[in-house]
Design a protein around this ligand. Sequence first.
Ligand SMILES: [Zn+2]
Ligand SMILES: [Zn+2]
Length: 142
Amino acid sequence: MSYTGRCACGAVTLAIAGAPITARQCWCRQCQQIAAGGPTHNAMFATQDVTIHGDLTGHHYVAASGNTITQSFCTACGTPVMGQSDARPQFRVIRLGTLDAPHDIRPLMAIWTEDAPAWAAIDPALEQFPRQPPPPSIPEPS
Ligand SMILES: [Zn+2]
Ligand SMILES: [Zn+2]
């Protein structure tokens, strides 16, 4: 399984060698801010599978969990590219909008649904979590 991607201006490119661990829609407030009012759509990959070229700017904040989250954007065009948590450096959360279409990834769950606005239409086929779900259980990368 492999994927390629790019930001809106092309200054940042991605190459991913591996299958996603999971894919999610996130309605947390921080995601609504970077996604213009809707949820972010994300695929989680093993860090060692992800190669990114180009200049990213990171915004760091402390989440409700107490973990420091970094959201990375293309420095030139602002496209949200990636998120990561200092508590789980083995994962990279890639924004689905950056992946070249077509690809086979679709969200499996909606998370932080308690933060979603009243008008949000969340697909009932998605597994839903009011807040953060438990982390995926995969072997630690060697
Ligand atoms: Zn860009
Ligand atoms: Zn979020």
